[in-house]
Design a protein around this ligand. Structure first.
Ligand SMILES: *Cc1c(COP(=O)(O)O)cnc(C)c1O
Length: 355
């Protein structure tokens, strides 16, 4: 059996992420249906948005997903043994230092700049993807570069672009759609791809041949259209290390920001900002024990959080609690984005898949 950092079996780990594999696959299926005729891939960069990319890839491959996207060659190498016959694309493209790895692997680079295009061509070319920037001014060739002849002779698998404001009803979405169509009409490629999670919700016009959802796979609600369909996937679980009696007037935690108004039983759990449970959850987060909702009090420490036990809640040392981690609700409470809430989940959790 695999052991975590602590050397204990994952089932005994005091800190874990409970990962709902059925919900992950159902979310992918919903996104695939909303992608219309397009194939539906999966962005699994940043270790599957913090869930563990290998476990995500295994489940989505089994469900029929054939296209996976990572950011770096190190991420690609870590997944090479898990993708089976699926296609793996590396969004950051190729640096000189990546070429040896890139040439030794089945993954394809997404070429983003004239320099990357030249590098790939001069090392022998072969199948690649190309990113065109249609107005976000992040990564990608300009439309002018893409249609200048620079790409002649390349075997382009997927020509893609990325929307800046798909999570809003913004005129920029239609502008980028038109700009992408104009480039796609002139650059030969086996497939075209524009939509992330939010853009899938914008409708079939945005689907083209292949979609690239990330956030919504993992339970994030990118737009209102997805509410009620996308299911949560991630629940952090922690353990009560100690229960203490805090008398009225005493304070809890760093800088004594929380003071007991009356005698209070306080549970200390093994979770903190080093686990991605950032200080923004201080006095805002909560945990669940059975039907009890138990508020976080005082400052979140690096490895510890205090909870104020409600009257009648008989929680004790060793009890496991579920951390309230609804992404939309936590984003509202903390000001963190759902992307930050997922990708910040640290290395101390045993990642335990239910199915
Ligand atoms: C991360 C990423 C995606 C996935 O975006 P979500 O908003 O998480 O669905 C798609 N395409 C590209 C180019 C990305 O970098």
């Amino acid at each position: 059996m695999m052991t975590g950092l602590s050397g204990v079996a994952p089932g005994n780990s005091p800190l874990s992420l409970s990962l709902d594999g059925v919900a992950l696959v159902e979310n992918w299926r919903w996104l695939a249906r909303k992608s219309g005729g397009a194939a539906c891939g999966a962005a699994v960069k940043a270790d599957g948005y913090g869930l563990g990319a290998a476990g995500v890839v295994r489940r989505l491959s089994a469900a029929g997903c054939r296209d996976f996207f990572v950011a770096t060659w190190a991420e690609a190498a870590a997944l090479a043994g898990h993708v089976g016959g699926a296609r793996l694309a590396v969004l950051h493209g190729v640096r000189d230092a990546d070429m040896a790895l890139a040439r030794s692997m089945a993954a394809v680079p997404v070429l983003n700049s004239p320099e990357q295009v030249q590098r790939w061509k001069s090392s022998g070319g072969g199948e690649c993807d190309v990113m065109v920037d249609t107005g976000m001014n992040r990564l990608g060739l300009t439309p002018e570069e893409a249609t200048s002849g620079l790409l002649d002779g390349l075997a382009i698998g997927t020509l893609m672009s990325h929307l800046a404001s798909a999570d809003e009803d913004s005129a920029q979405n239609g502008e980028q759609l038109r700009a992408f169509r104009a480039v796609a009409d002139r650059v030969p490629a086996a497939r075209r791809s524009l939509a992330n999670s939010a853009a899938i919700c914008l409708g079939a016009d945005y689907g083209f041949d292949l979609t690239r959802p990330g956030l919504a796979l993992y339970g994030g609600i990118p737009r209102a259209e997805a509410a009620g369909w996308i299911r949560p996937v991630v629940t952090p679980q922690a353990e009560i290390l100690q229960v203490r009696a805090v008398p009225a007037g005493a304070c809890v935690g760093y800088n004594a920001t929380w003071q007991a108004q009356r005698d209070t039983r306080v549970a200390i759990i093994n979770l903190g900002y080093a686990d991605g449970y950032l200080r923004a959850f201080s006095d805002r987060g909560s945990a669940m024990l059975g039907d009890w909702s138990i508020p976080v009090i005082g400052r979140v420490s690096m490895d510890l959080v205090a909870l104020a036990l409600p009257d009648g809640c008989a929680a004790g040392e060793g009890d496991r609690v579920n951390i309230a981690y609804d992404l939309a609700e936590c984003a509202r409470l903390t000001g963190l984005s759902p992307y930050e809430l997922l990708t910040g989940l640290g290395q101390r959790y045993a990642r335990i898949w239910q199915d």
